[in-house]
Design a protein around this ligand. Structure first.
Ligand code: NA7
Length: 565
């Protein structure tokens, strides 16, 4: 193979320097960070047939992001053109496909390519990655192959594998069944009797849309959710015009970031004054949304603290439950019959369509990919008590391996893209010596020290134990059935970004030819993306004071001055 700065090509892609699993927001971000460092010899292995990850998987009616578009976007690719404050799935996917094109990612992506297994080879200091190929045509070239890579990076995230419940009789249902993350738009639900199992973030988006045309819809709720007003609206053309100026775009994003960071305490801390405010807001929202259904108010009010589960936002879910063709059913589901759903009291309700809005297999990170690290160490065994990693990005005994949106990096209060960008920048710096060693015809293996990863996890678990997430009154996708919180980060985004703003080489074991030559220093400073005002605070304050004074003078003058005709 020629220079490793050479982009992957047809003849060389099975000997890439870096293999990234997944072409979603994480995998794309990683690829862009590699390109920024002029590392072009990487491949992205994508199971599906499109970029976009979760935004191409989830196409259900009403699918949108619950974080503002100005924040749920890459810092380096902000848009003035978002049509709404909360972007819909199609708009986000268009944004992502545009970025994949703009940065030239497509030649690096192998679609319909599923990573089945990756095994670390001590002798060559490389990963051997087994890939299976799907798709009628792609599989005609070959049904599977092995690829070698010096670095393996997972971009599969936490919300990748749909979770189907285990309910007796599901297979025998004669109507249509679908999981929310595998929506079948060829099925017309208009005029049909529809059941939605679940009432999470996904169900609260589906229900209002499907209720508009279904003849009847029943929502099966097991546990109530805290839901706050969403206040989604179209971005006004005047605002869009302002946002086309980077200064204002940055201001909007910074304000939103600040606001979300300020919400950290009432999402994560228990029994704060603001937590009570969220409860009051949530209860008020139920009453406002269902003024004529006081019988539902208590049923819809959670007993666990807000933040223990993701706080949802919706303006149309409660009004949808108030429709004549919609019913909220809290009886537990006993089994699925050939015609419908039987509840514990023995009653069966018939349906044409059952929607499983039952979430994702969130605590089984990387499932079902098999990863074997140093000495054949099985990652799933290492994680048998719950997944752990150093800042969610690197794992002991897994050399030259990185994770994006890995263990303990999910947020309840802010945009996950802010975390992903920090991870991607960090990993790009961490693997830089490995790539340079390869350029020099040598090899390096870098893995975090076991004691560093353990100490880090002891610390965050201690903090998480005092958070709302740990409240025993609620189960959630943030934790294992034993109650270990494997998914969420306890702190603010800024704290996390600062933690990853430098690679401390003393955190890592480095093994290889002439290793000091490629690492050398104690620390590599990366810095982090700061969502800060484009002007200093004092300039901003001065500007605001002048604006207020000028406005006051103008208004006073307008009142005092005779009107000109
Ligand atoms: P969630 O938030 O995991 O919600 C899943 C829902 O499905 C929830 O209401 C569950 O009830 C319900 N569920 C799961 N299994 C069953 C069974 N067996 N019977 C009845 N009900 C069941 O997934 P979402 O897709 O809504 O959202 C996931 C994230 O995606 C979201 O937080 C956003 O970040 C994007 P439970 O509450 O467990 O009683």
């Amino acid at each position: 193979m020629g220079s490793i700065n050479h982009p992957v090509g047809n003849a060389t892609y099975t000997q890439s320097t870096v293999a990234i699993i997944g072409a979603g927001i994480s995998g794309m971000c990683m690829a862009i960070d590699l390109l920024r460092r002029n590392h072009r010899n990487f491949v992205i292995l994508e199971k599906g047939s499109s970029v976009g990850g979760t935004w191409t998987d989830n196409k259900y009616p009403g699918c949108a992001c619950d974080v503002w578009s100005a924040l749920y976007s890459y810092s380096f690719e902000q848009r003035a053109t978002w049509t709404r404050e909360y972007p819909g799935q199609e708009e986000i996917l268009t944004y992502l496909t545009g970025i994949a094109g703009k940065y030239g990612l497509y030649p690096h992506i192998r679609f319909n390519s599923t990573v089945e297994e990756a095994r670390w080879d001590e002798d060559t200091r490389q990963w051997r990655v087994k890939v299976s190929v799907s798709g009628a045509k792609d599989a005609q070239f070959q049904s599977g192959y092995e690829l070698s890579a010096n670095v393996l990076i997972s971009g599969v995230g936490q919300l990748n594998m749909p979770a189907w419940p285990e309910i007796e009789g599901m297979e025998g249902f004669k109507g249509k069944s679908m999981h929310s993350a595998r929506w079948d738009w060829t099925y017309d639900f208009a005029g049909k009797r529809v059941a939605v199992i679940g009432n999470g973030a996904t169900a609260t988006q589906i229900v209002p849309e499907v209720a508009k045309t279904a003849s009847h819809l029943t929502v099966y709720q097991r546990t109530p959710q805290w839901i706050t007003p969403r206040d989604d609206k179209a971005v006004h053309p005047a605002q869009k015009a302002l946002l086309s100026i980077p200064f204002f775009r940055n201001c909007k994003r910074s304000l939103m970031m600040l606001y979300r960071e300020m919400s950290h305490d009432f999402v994560v801390k228990t029994d704060t004054k603001s937590s009570q405010e969220i409860r009051d807001l949530g209860v008020g929202h139920i009453k406002k949304g269902l003024p004529n259904k006081p019988d539902l108010w208590e049923t819809l009010t959670p007993t666990y603290p807000p933040g223990c589960r993701r706080i949802l936002s919706s303006d149309d879910y409660y009004p949808a439950l108030g429709r004549d063709n919609v019913k909220l059913d809290t009886r537990s589901i006993q089994r699925i019959t050939e015609t419908g759903i039987q509840t514990a009291d023995g009653e069966t309700t018939d349906f044409d369509l059952i929607v499983y809005a039952t979430g994702f297999r969130t605590v089984e990170f990387l499932h079902p990919i098999k990863i074997y690290g140093a000495g054949g160490r099985d990652l799933s065994e290492l994680w048998s008590g719950g997944a752990t990693a150093y800042y969610g990005v690197t794992v002991e005994e897994m050399p030259n391996f990185g994770l994006l949106y890995g263990p303990n990096t999910n947020l309840g209060h802010n945009s996950i893209i802010l975390m992903i960008e920090a991870q991607s920048r960090y990993l790009a710096a961490l693997i830089d010596p490995i790539i340079r060693a390869k350029e020099a015809g040598q090899s390096l293996a870098i893995q975090p020290k076991t004691e560093v990863v353990r100490a880090f996890n002891v610390d965050i678990q201690k903090r998480l134990a005092n958070s709302t997430f740990a409240d025993p009154a609620c189960n959630s996708w943030y934790k294992t059935s034993e109650g270990r919180i494997t998914n969420n980060w306890p702190g603010t985004v800024v704290e996390y970004q600062q933690g990853l703003a430098q690679v401390r080489w003393s955190d890592y074991d480095i093994e290889g030819d002439d290793d000091r030559r490629f690492v050398g220093k104690e620390e590599t400073r990366i810095g982090h993306v700061e969502e800060v005002w484009p002007v200093s605070k004092s300039t901003l304050l001065l500007g605001l004071s002048v604006a207020v004074a000028a406005g006051g003078w103008y208004l006073q003058g307008a009142r005092g001055r005779p009107r000109r005709r």
